[in-house]
Design a protein around this ligand. Structure first.
Ligand SMILES: [Zn+2]
Length: 305
């Protein structure tokens, strides 16, 4: 009765990887328990997630073909459009969030087309705005731009409104750090990048005030939910964002956080279930309203037990 915070399945957002090239479920080696799904497995996955009391999914697509610009992200009949329609057909109440970025769609793995050895920020805005419209039209409730491009929230909000999609919510990856903790995700989403790293557009782990400026800008541009990513090494940022802005805050507990716990537990060095629960509870305590975690299904099962 005196517990101040609690973790609930209703706080969780479950990531789902949909691989257009897959004909069966493919395990992700560096993330035990996580799989890339073929399109025809999406409906059963959504049923399972809903059955566990998890209200939301965030979708990542692996397309059949990639190109230099990433424009395949919004091509008619793209993998995410199909997945959104499939989920909404039977699980109408599930909150469907779609990641909006181009790194899964470019041959070089960067979050937008490249010019002069860096990502062309403004050319990227046009493509991600069209991509957001494609997903929202298919029925996505929330679009989540993750590329940390300057002006991305404004570009998406304008394009959505122009197409009459005024109710589509924007969850912005507002404070996304250039972290070493994303490695396993890049295996899952086939989005490892070539040539130069992402530190030109993601944040320096040394900076906290900068995160406040990034969040302020995204809110000014029309973000409804702001995200901090990664979560566990950035609890101070989650706390400060919540304290300063009092808006819905999402924490993204990233693939490296998940993999570390799984690996240590597999060695018998820690109690993986307890450590996972404690880690996620710390994010709630810091101020997160919702948490994206690869452990969502495991945690929901533990909370039911
Ligand atoms: Zn990206």
């Amino acid at each position: 009765m005196v517990g101040e915070h609690a973790l609930d399945a209703g706080d969780l957002i479950c990531p789902v990887f949909i691989d257009e090239t897959a004909t069966e479920r493919k395990p992700v080696g560096s993330m035990p328990g996580v799989e890339r799904l073929p399109l025809d497995a999406v409906e059963a996955e959504a049923d399972e997630i809903a059955g566990l009391g998890i209200p939301a999914v965030i979708l990542f697509g692996i397309p059949g073909e990639k190109d230099e610009t990433g424009e395949g992200a919004y091509a008619a009949g793209n993998v995410i459009e199909k997945a959104v329609r499939t989920i909404k057909r039977r699980n109408r109440d599930m909150v469907v969030i779609t990641d909006v970025c181009l790194c899964e769609y470019t041959t070089h793995g960067h979050c937008g087309p490249i010019k002069n050895n860096t990502v062309d920020n403004d050319a990227t805005l046009d493509i991600i705005a069209k991509t957001a419209v494609s997903y929202a039209r298919a029925g996505a409730d929330v679009v989540a731009p993750s590329g940390m491009m300057d002006g991305m929230v404004h570009a998406i909000r304008s394009e959505l409104d122009f197409h009459g999609l005024k109710d589509t919510i924007i969850m912005s990856y507002a404070a996304k750090y250039a972290s070493a903790m994303y490695g396993p995700f890049r295996d899952a989403a086939s989005s490892g990048c070539k040539g130069f790293d992402r530190s030109t557009y993601q944040m320096d782990p040394a900076n906290a005030d900068e995160a406040m400026r990034e969040v302020a800008m995204d809110l000014e541009e029309g973000a409804d939910i702001v995200m901090v990513k990664p979560a566990l090494s950035y609890l101070d940022i989650i706390y400060r964002v919540k304290a300063e802005f009092r808006v819905p805050v999402a924490a993204y507990s990233v693939s490296g956080e998940y993999a570390m716990i799984k690996a240590a537990a597999a060695n018998g060095w820690i109690d993986g279930d307890r450590v996972a629960l404690e880690a996620l509870l710390s994010m709630k305590r810091a101020g997160a309203d919702m948490i994206v975690t690869y452990a969502a299904k495991d945690i929901a099962r533990l909370l039911q037990a």
